[in-house]
Design a protein around this ligand. Structure first.
Ligand code: HAM
Length: 420
């Protein structure tokens, strides 16, 4: 029979990796709460139109990477390729616009993109995601950047720098795009064939091209920052002033355009080394038109998402240690059939007292004690005929090998004292 393997671009997150994941998720939860974010969980799939409209037809995500299908009822469904559009749909549908503003929401979970897999790039990936809705002030942009910073600092990362840009708004961007188009047309023979197509479809994406051939042309391209309207310029200046004042390092990156259509004004990413070609560990920005685009009342928004796989890869590359989850400290061993039943009762008694315990399921007493050792138990409880007759149990300290006899009725409280 053919051997089954996991689908390309997916991962099994094995028990030895779970401590990293638990640690990342615990950090996200505690930092999100510190900033006043409430958790929201939306479905893993949505009507395809939510993403086609939200993320934008013409983006790689929508045109090439979505897992879309018709369900048995003939509905067009897509596995979410990101959180933002679905969270906005939920905000509108659940009448969350009446909540005190700003509304701060965070989520964690899997997202799906049919990308070409390579180191750090998966088809099922996991993100943590945060959004602030209903606030126009650059303070919201700042808070979104600070929360990302805080999470990475808590994870133990050092030497991270933000890449920052402004993408303008519907007032100033069209004029800038025309400038870009004219500039690329003037250099059409120097750019790659893909970029030639992008000039009409989405000239901003040319800024993102990695081909050697296009680099000299991109280096001389007009910059958004030189074409923004007064409102966008003031917004960006205020955000930068906060970052400067706080001493947060960032690089102005005029080529940062992001692969989703909804952005307005601020966009940012965090880049890191040590995770292969995929250097962005987080990305986000402002999207003041998205809620309206999805049928809600005009509501500004800003948010970010970060890949958990990439965070875990980076933690390993930077040798960041994570707490190992505790193993049950007690192992119950026994000698003979009669003792087994008493051992089972003892197991239940310990669990009811909230003491982590495991029981031997087979093997000689010697083998059972070897198992206790392998499982990292601090104490073994041994039940044999003598102990049962006397209503006691032998308590063995696995590290030192010392043993004592304890009355069965008292074993839970004795263990609690020893375990602190
Ligand atoms: P994004 O830049 O598409 O933004 O994804 C955010 C992060 O998800 C990336 O920085 C990266 O760490 C991770 N990521 C993306 N694709 C992959 C992949 N194929 N394999 C592994 N990791 C990946 C968004 O998703 C926006 N929704 C962020 C946002 C929220 N903007 C505003 N609010």
């Amino acid at each position: 029979m053919a051997k089954f393997t996991r689908p390309t671009g997916t991962q099994d997150i094995l028990p030895e990796d779970q401590p990293y994941w638990e640690y990342v998720l615990a950090c996200v939860t505690s930092v999100a709460r510190k900033y006043g974010f409430a958790r929201i969980d939306t479905p893993v799939f949505e009507a395809t139109e939510v993403f086609a409209r939200g993320v934008g037809t013409g983006t790689d995500i929508v045109d090439k990477e979505m897992y879309s299908f018709k369900d048995k009822g003939g509905n067009d469904i897509t596995l979410r390729p990101e959180f933002t559009a679905g969270v906005m749909r939920a905000y509108i549908e659940n009448g969350m616009q009446v909540l005190p503003k700003p509304v701060k929401l965070y989520s964690t979970g899997p997202v799906f993109r049919y990308e070409r897999p390579q180191a750090g790039r998966f088809r099922q990936l996991h993100q943590f995601n945060a959004e602030i809705l209903g606030e126009q002030s650059p303070l919201a942009d700042l808070e979104i950047m600070l929360i990302a910073w805080d999470i990475y600092a808590r994870l133990g990362f050092t030497r991270l720098a933000f890449q920052l840009n402004t993408t303008g708004c519907p007032v100033c961007r069209p004029g800038y795009v025309e400038h870009l188009r004219a500039y690329y047309h003037a250099h059409i023979h120097q750019i790659c064939d893909d970029c030639k197509l992008r000039i009409e479809k989405n000239p901003l994406r040319v800024l993102d091209c990695k081909r050697e051939q296009c680099q000299p042309v991109i280096a001389g391209a007009p910059k958004m920052i030189d074409h923004v309207c007064a409102d966008c310029a003031a917004h960006f200046a205020e955000l930068r002033a906060y970052l400067d004042d706080l001493g947060k390092p960032y690089t102005l990156n005029h080529r940062l355009v992001r692969g989703l259509d909804y952005y307005t004004k601020t966009v940012f990413e965090v880049w890191a080394e040590g995770i292969g070609a995929q250097s962005a560990i987080c990305g986000g920005g402002r999207y003041d038109g998205l809620i309206e685009l999805l049928g809600g009342a005009p509501t500004p928004g800003v948010g970010f998402a970060a890949g958990i796989e990439r965070a875990v890869m980076l933690m390993k590359a930077q040798h960041i240690a994570v707490p190992t989850p505790p193993v049950p400290p007690v192992f119950i061993a026994y000698l003979g059939d009669a003792a087994r039943l008493h051992a089972v009762r003892l197991l239940v008694q310990l669990h009811q007292a909230d003491i982590g315990a495991q029981i031997a399921m087979s093997g000689s007493l010697k083998a059972q004690l070897r198992q206790a050792d392998k499982r990292g138990a601090r104490f073994a409880l041994i039940l044999g005929e003598d102990e049962i007759a006397q209503g006691t149990v032998t308590l063995r300290d696995m590290a030192g090998g010392s043993q004592e006899t304890v009355a069965l009725a008292e074993v839970a409280s004795v263990l609690k004292t020893k375990l602190g």
